[in-house]
Design a protein around this ligand. Structure first.
Ligand code: TEU
Length: 553
C-alpha cells in the first residue's frame, strides 16, 4: 500500500473510547486498538483515523483538548501511541490524527492564563469581547445550544465558544496563535503519523461580530481568511510530505470545497460535507423525528459528486461517523435481521462506488444499529442532554423527546464496538462507560467474520474492488434516473468502460426502468435480477464493456 496513490485508499474511523478496553476500566484505549490491528488488516482498509486521544477533560469526548502534546491517561501513553503506529505500519496500515484547532478546552494552559486576566499574553489567543449593553456581544447560537458567548466571572468580557462552554474558540487572526498551531501539527508529523483530519476547520476565520437573524454561522462559516490560513498551514506543515489530510467542513458550499481541495491551491486533500445527512431534518431542524427525503438525498449527493469531480477537487464520502446515527437504522432498515443485512450491504455498495475517499466508521462494517435507549439516563453526550432539555422546555413530552434522541443523537454511534456474543460484547471486562447495544448476541464481529454472507464480507469485497480497479477511483460519475422515487442509479465511466450501479432504497421489489441497459458482468451484488426486477434493498454493480448511450429518463 505504501506506494499507492492516496486517492485509492479507504479510511476506517476509530472512536477509541468505545473500541476496545484492555484495562477493565470500561473505556477503550490505545492498546485496545493495537490488539485489533489484525482485524483491521483483514478488513483491508488503508488508514485508521483516531478521534482525539490528547489530554482532555472529556466534556466533548476529546474534542476539548487541554494539551496537544500529551495523550489522555484514559487512553494510555505516548509510548502506547508509538507502539500503535509502528505495529500499524508493520501491517501497511497508516494512522491519521484528529486535530482540533478551531478551539481548545478551557482547561488548556493558554486559556487558564487568559481567563479573567486582560493583561495576559494569551488573552489575544482567544476571542474575548466586551458585552453589548447588558447582554453578550452578539446573539450567536452555540452549536450545542444556548448563546455562544460566556461571561467571565471577574470582568464584563465574554469569550466565544461555538461549541460547548468548555471549548473556547481560538483567535486565528493572531499570527502567534497560527504559529503555535503549526508547531503542534509539525510535532505530530515528526512523531510519525500519516495524516490528519482537521476538525471544523472552515470555522477558524471569524468575520464581523454582528447580531444575526439566524444562528450567526454566516459570519464565521468559510470566513474571510479561511483559505489563506489553510494554505499557510499547508505550507508550514504537511504540504511537502506524503501525508493525507481531510477537513471537516461545517455548513459549507461546493465552491468553497473546490477551493479547499484543488491541488494547485495547496490547501487540503479532501473534505467532508454534511448536506446529504440533513435530508431527515424536518424544516432544517435536526431535533425532529422525520423520515428521509430520498430524492433530496440523491440530488445533494450527485450535485457534490459531479461538481467536485468536474472542478478537480476531492470528496471524502461517508454515511457514518461519531456524530451521526447508524446508517442501517437511518437510511436502511433494521426491523428484521434479513432487512438489516440486505439494506446494510446495499448502503455499502452505493457509497463505495461513489467518487472520492470512503470512510467506514467502527461497527458500520458489521451493520451496527442505533441502540434505541429507553431512558435519558443512558445518554452521555453533552449535545444530546442539552437537546433533551430544550425539547422539554419547548413543550415536547419526555416520550417524544426520547424518540427524537433515539433517531438523531450522536450517542447512537458511540456505543461500544460489538466484538462477540460474550458479556459486554467482548468490549470490556469491566462496566462499559456507555450501554452496549442489546442486539450484540447476533450482531458482532465474530459472527460477521464466520458468516460468508455477512455485511462485513461485502465491505471487504468493496475495498478490494477499489484497490483493484481504477474506475472506482478515477472514473467520472454520471447520475441517471434522478427522479425515480425508489432507485438510486448512476454510472462510473473510465477509459471507455462503464460500471453501472443500481440500488433499491425501498423494502419491496421494483421493476427497472425499461430504457436501462443492464447487459454486462455483475461485479458485486446483494441480490439477483428477476425479470428485470430488483428486490427490496437490492443493489448491484454491472461492468459494461463500452459506455452505453445515455438512457432517456
Ligand atoms: O463536529 C462538528 C459539527 O459541527 C458536528 O458534526 C456536530 O457534531 C453537529 O453540528 C452537532 O449537531 C466536530 C466533531 O466531529 C464533534 O464530535 C465535536 O463535538 C465538534 O466538532 C466540536 O469539536
Amino acid at each position: 500500500m505504501s506506494q499507492q496513490d492516496w486517492r485509492k485508499s479507504v479510511v476506517y474511523q476509530i472512536y477509541p473510547k468505545s473500541f476496545n478496553d484492555t484495562t477493565g476500566n470500561g473505556q477503550g484505549d490505545i492498546n485496545g486498538i493495537t490488539d485489533k490491528l489484525d482485524y483491521l488488516a483483514y478488513l483491508g482498509v488503508d488508514y485508521l483515523w483516531l478521534t482525539p486521544v490528547y489530554q482532555s477533560p472529556m466534556n466533548d469526548n476529546g474534542y476539548d483538548i487541554s494539551d496537544y502534546y500529551q495523550v489522555n491517561k484514559l487512553f494510555g501513553s505516548l509510548d502506547d501511541l508509538r507502539t500503535l503506529i509502528s505495529e500499524a505500519h508493520r501491517r501497511d496500515l497508516k494512522i491519521m490524527m484528529d486535530i482540533v484547532i478551531n478551539h481548545t478546552s478551557t482547561e488548556h494552559q493558554w486559556f487558564k492564563d487568559a481567563y479573567n486576566n486582560p493583561e495576559s499574553p494569551y488573552r489575544d489567543f482567544y476571542i474575548f469581547k466586551k458585552s453589548k449593553g447588558k447582554g453578550p456581544p452578539t446573539n450567536w447560537q452555540s452549536k450545542f445550544g444556548g448563546n455562544a458567548w460566556q461571561q467571565e466571572t471577574e470582568t464584563d468580557d465574554y469569550y466565544l465558544h461555538l461549541f460547548d462552554v468548555s471549548q473556547a474558540d481560538l483567535n486565528w487572526d493572531n499570527p502567534q496563535v497560527r504559529k503555535e498551531l503549526h508547531r503542534i501539527v509539525k510535532y505530530w508529523i515528526d512523531f510519525g503519523v500519516d495524516g490528519f483530519r482537521f476538525d471544523v476547520i472552515n470555522l477558524i476565520s471569524k468575520g464581523a461580530f454582528k447580531d444575526s437573524e439566524r444562528t450567526g454561522k454566516e459570519f464565521y462559516t468559510d470566513g474571510p481568511h479561511v483559505h489563506e490560513y489553510i494554505h499557510e498551514l499547508n505550507r508550514a506543515t504537511f504540504g511537502d510530505t506524503d501525508l493525507m489530510t481531510v477537513g471537516e467542513m461545517s455548513s459549507t458550499t461546493l465552491d468553497h470545497c473546490l477551493k479547499y481541495t484543488q491541488p494547485e491551491r495547496q490547501e487540503l486533500h479532501s473534505v467532508f460535507n454534511f448536506h446529504p445527512l440533513k435530508v431527515d431534518y424536518a424544516g432544517g431542524d435536526k431535533w425532529t423525528n422525520a423520515s428521509m427525503d430520498f430524492l433530496q438525498l440523491k440530488e445533494i449527493l450527485m450535485d457534490w459528486q459531479v461538481g467536485i469531480y468536474e472542478g478537480g477537487g476531492w470528496n471524502a464520502i461517508f454515511w457514518c461517523n461519531h456524530d451521526q446515527p447508524r446508517i442501517v437504522s437511518r437510511f436502511g432498515n433494521d426491523a428484521t435481521e434479513a432487512l438489516r443485512v440486505q439494506s446494510g450491504k446495499m448502503l455499502a455498495i452505493v457509497l463505495h462506488m461513489l467518487q472520492g475517499t470512503p470512510y467506514i466508521y467502527q461497527g458500520e462494517e458489521i451493520g451496527m444499529t442505533n441502540p434505541n435507549f429507553t431512558s435519558i439516563d443512558q445518554y452521555q453526550d453533552v449535545e444530546a442532554i442539552n437537546a433533551y432539555k430544550s425539547l422539554l422546555e419547548r413543550g415536547v413530552s419526555e416520550a417524544e423527546a426520547l424518540i427524537i434522541l433515539n433517531q438523531k443523537s450522536r450517542d447512537n454511534s458511540r456505543t461500544p464496538m460489538l466484538w462477540n456474543d460474550e458479556r459486554h460484547a467482548g468490549f470490556t471486562e469491566g462496566e462499559p462507560w456507555m450501554d452496549v447495544n442489546h442486539n450484540y448476541r447476533h450482531i458482532n464481529f465474530q459472527q460477521a467474520m464466520e458468516d460468508p454472507n455477512s455485511i462485513l464480507q461485502t465491505y471487504r469485497k468493496l475495498i478490494t474492488l477499489r484497490h483493484q480497479y481504477d474506475i472506482v477511483t478515477y472514473g467520472d460519475i454520471e447520475p441517471l434516473y434522478m427522479t425515480h422515487p425508489e432507485l438510486f442509479i448512476y454510472r462510473r465511466n473510465y477509459e471507455g468502460k462503464s460500471w453501472l450501479v443500481i440500488a433499491n432504497f425501498s423494502e419491496h421489489s421494483v421493476p427497472l426502468p425499461e430504457s436501462l441497459n443492464i447487459e454486462g458482468a455483475v461485479v458485486i451484488a446483494n441480490s439477483e435480477l428477476n425479470q428485470r426486477t430488483i428486490e427490496g434493498y437490492g443493489a448491484m454493480v454491472i461492468a459494461q464493456e463500452e459506455k452505453w448511450e445515455k438512457e432517456s429518463e
